[in-house]
Design a protein around this ligand. Sequence first.
Ligand code: NAD
Length: 476
Amino acid sequence: MQYKMLIDGHWVEARGGGSRAVIDPATESVITSVPFGDGRDAYAAIDAAARAQPAWAQMTAYERGALLLRAAYLIRERIETLAPIMTRECGKPLNEARGEWNAAADLFEWFAEEGKRAYGRVIPARRSHKRLLVLKEAVGVVATITAWNFPAYLPARKWSAALAAGCTVVGKPSEITPMSAMALVNLLVEAGIPAGVMNLVNGKAEDIGQAFLQSPLVNKISFTGSQRVGQILMRGAADGIKKLALELGGSAPVLIFDDVDVESAAEQAVAAKFRNNGQVCISPARFYAQRGIFEEFLEATRARIAALKLGSGLEAGVTTGPLVTAEGRERVESFVADAQTKGANVVIGGSRPQALGRGFFYQPTLLTNVNPTMRISCDEVFGPVMPVSPFETLADGLRQANATPFGLAGYAMTNNVKTAVRVYEGLKFGIVGVNDLVPATAEGPFGGIKESGFGSEGAAEGLLEYLNTKFVSMGM
Ligand code: NAD
């Protein structure tokens, strides 16, 4: 495995000689050191991608698809090597890491097929001497910037679709978790990706971001990360009228109606909330239980949280790893302190675990008496804190659920079909899960509305993100 940058088919160090340590958040020790470059590396990678793009686009979708399928096969074959790399750099338990790699393989497999369906149209013309055609053509060079919380799945969601469409790629992983992305690129090289088609740069985010924004050779930037950086990119994209896709944060509500099986609802809620320690953009973040089951749901949830096992994700039986960085943990602590100051009760958790001296651990935490003035109610905590509040009626639940600027994912649990319909119609989010708190899948479109961004990943919509529409009008 090469833990380096890939530029024009070569594994390289940073041009400026820089390197950066990758830290294991469970032990706070250095795993390895990787090249850490800047704008110069980005420009070299962009040039390589631009040179390689015409030939890649001219290959048939079947040829590109065969290569992507090989990549999917290699991911599945190497899963026991790949999973610990991910667990060590981002802390998620091995089972979750295996699941993420499998989901990345699903994406390559799915887009290997979907690339063959980049259909155009023939439009019946209003004049007999005209012929009207719609063609779908690859956007060109795509730059991707991704977050650390799904260090293989997030790049895979962009790369699989872009490559299938005939685009070439310059990827920039999070500097916190570059190893999984590097491992994924290793497999693409092994699968036979031509030089320059897939490039990877790691380094100073601002510099590389500016190179992506300023180079006229970059036709689109696809970003997954925070609102803050999304806004920087959106402002910067204005000069070159650069195409953008922004997959930003969320604060997903869950409405639990009083017709559900409370034990089962609590089990699903705790599993989804504490997946990757709450560091998931579509993670259920605000829980609203209908008044009639509120106390029962709270107790069922408390009991399940008490049974979670905190520790290194490499250890058998561990359900919950550390937060990814010291700053991530401080953010969680500040949210809990803010809530407590404003009157919230900590039912369980609420501090660092005594038993784990090293590592960025924080106890899975349950809060009640939460109100809308608290940061936990209106901002993204990105950590293991579960606030539970009551709601009265469907209308009251929807009002509370929709009351943030975010629009990524919203959820409901109910056995009543009319409630289910009203709720999926009433939730103002790009993704709605009804009795499903884990809705992301390769064949479904994933993306937010409102301040959670724009653009879709996965599904037929995900391929369209990397295709331009060309209208041809031919006189006869
Ligand atoms: P972040 O915005 O800090 O970083 C994301 C990426 O942007 C990293 O690669 C980082 O190096 C890069 N970056 C930082 N500053 C930059 C700049 N000035 N120019 C260009 N690039 C820059 O986010 P994070 O902390 O890595 O991830 C957490 C956030 O990502 C959360 O808000 C989460 O909700 C969001 N997220 C969204 C989705 C989604 O699909 N909607 C998925 C996962 C995570």
